[in-house]
Design a protein around this ligand. Structure first.
Ligand code: PLP
Ligand code: ZN
Length: 466
């Protein structure tokens, strides 16, 4: 993907970066050899052949748009049964006209996050090259996803590398339950990723992090389903949380290709939302004004930023653990997507993320904290006047609520008095929230303690007019 380096490799290779220039690889197709339908609407014919697993899959029913595998090589477990939905409450909370804010709920995937869209593609490629062992580093969802593909298909064994401490129990329990070999590294996600890259290179193990360009091919399908949900109309904005920036990069690539193929006539704008405790992209893009610049990005300035980050020992810290990442590996691809989509980047505090999460939950869409950054970001951009109340906006809800129940229970049950600066007492939830800078929980739905007595419960219900 380096502008100057035109090196190409065949689909049978397992490189993740270019051996000539060291940058990540991009998947490129010779579209003249692919039977791409003349219009997106033609994909609808596959709705009637859902007994064919490839037509059932929310990823592979668009297989002509990610045509790197033969049909018989494709590995699918029914991922991508996700749809675009709206919630009047969430739309109103974020400041939009009725029906204008839409939620693409990717928590409905087999392992409970959008990662399955990418992992079906990476697993397919692993299968194509005959890999026997696959590995990834993970803040939790990538490992859960890889583990489910490994256990359901038995095509390869899986090793997952996780950092110490931060992984939520919902995600860790998945990797353990699906039988993945789970290595806990004394360090954070960035450390785990560095180790797994070296280990995979040394042992010939197939690497499934989003440095793997095939993952991104699968994740393009999230945008195909968004368009499908809008009767193939292009929305005004896509809002997505940014961690390692695989999703935002994949979305930019999807729209670039659809436009080139003449399947859409315009490209929506893209908003990537960082947690303020993990805001590398925000700093680089909005503060240091780093741009893709048609491939002529300022590499020295980017490297200088990371050198400074290391020497200041700045480490990401947010309750939105899925986006707690210091060095987003897909930074350059994301900058390219931001250029193509005339994008913006914003940061949102953990307090606003949890508030948005509670609003999303009240609207019936349980998501994990990182996912709620999208709605918190849409609300912020609305307030700033960047997005107008009549714009059609799609927020990606990246992961399921049950991934991280601790954050949810902490938000709803903490005693607000313990969050004030004057609080002298503390408990585990208050400590967790205060550390994340949460000082109030206006959207909390606190459990009510009541005596184990019929009369007391009746009196309580009277007071609540229930
Ligand atoms: C992985 C993940 C993200 C971050 O996505 P990137 O593609 O790495 O930017 C956000 N939310 C959830 C729930 C995730 O699992
Ligand atoms: Zn190169």
């Amino acid at each position: 993907m380096n502008h100057a380096c035109r090196a190409t490799y065949s689909v049978g290779e397992t490189l993740v970066d270019c051996s000539k220039c060291g940058h990540l690889l991009d998947i490129a197709y010779d579209w003249s050899r692919v039977p791409v339908p003349g219009s997106l609407k033609q994909f609808e014919s596959r709705w009637s052949s859902r007994r064919n697993p490839l037509d059932f899959s929310g990823v592979w029913r668009f297989r002509e748009l990610l045509p790197f595998a033969k049909d018989e090589q494709i590995v699918t477990i029914g991922e991508g049964q996700t749809i675009l939905q709206s919630s009047a409450g969430v739309g109103k909370y974020a400041g939009f006209q009725t029906g204008k804010l839409l939620l693409q709920y990717e928590g409905l995937n087999p392992s409970g996050s959008f990662k399955d869209n990418g992992m079906t593609a990476a697993s397919t490629h692993a299968h194509m090259v005959g890999a026997k062992v696959a590995a990834c580093a993970s803040t939790g969802n990538t490992s859960a996803s890889l583990a489910i593909y490994s256990s359901t298909t038995r095509l390869f064994e899986t090793i997952v590398f996780i950092g110490s401490g931060k992984i939520s129990f919902g995600k860790l329990s998945q990797a353990l339950d699906y039988g993945a070999k789970t290595l806990q590294i004394q360090g954070d996600f960035d450390d785990a990723l560095r180790q797994v890259r070296d280990v995979c290179a040394a042992r010939g193990i197939y690497l499934c992090n989003s440095v793997n360009p095939f993952r991104l091919e699968g994740q393009k399908s999230i945008m195909f389903r968004v368009l499908e949900g809008l009767n193939w109309e292009v929305p005004d904005w896509i809002v997505v949380p940014g961690g390692n920036l695989g999703n935002s990069s994949a979305f930019g690539k999807a729209f670039t290709e659809l436009k080139e193929l003449g399947l859409i006539n315009r490209i929506p704008r893209l908003a990537v939302i960082n947690a303020s405790g993990s805001n590398t992209l925000y700093q680089l893009f909005e503060q240091h004004k780093i741009r893709w610049n048609s491939g002529k990005f300022d590499e020295a300035k980017i490297n200088g930023f990371f050198t400074q980050m290391d020497s200041d020992n700045r480490r990401a810290s947010t309750l939105a653990t899925a986006i707690e990442i210091n060095r987003p590996v897909n930074l350059l691809k994301c900058l390219r997507a931001l250029e193509v989509c005339d994008g913006v980047v914003r940061e949102v505090s953990d307090e606003l993320v949890l508030e948005a999460k509670a609003q999303i939950g009240a609207g019936g869409f349980g998501c994990e904290p990182a996912s709620a950054a999208s709605v918190a970001g849409a609300k912020l951009l609305r307030e700033q006047g960047v997005i107008s109340p009549s714009d059609r906006v799609v927020c990606i809800l990246t992961g399921h609520q049950l991934k991280d129940p601790t954050a949810t229970v902490a938000y709803h049950s903490v005693d607000p008095a313990l969050l004030s600066a004057a609080a002298t007492e503390d408990d585990a939830y208050a400590t967790m929230l205060r550390k994340a800078g949460v000082t109030q929980t206006p959207a909390a739905n606190r459990p009510i303690v009541v005596e184990n007595k019929f009369e007391s419960i009746m009196q309580l219900l009277d007071r609540l007019s229930l």
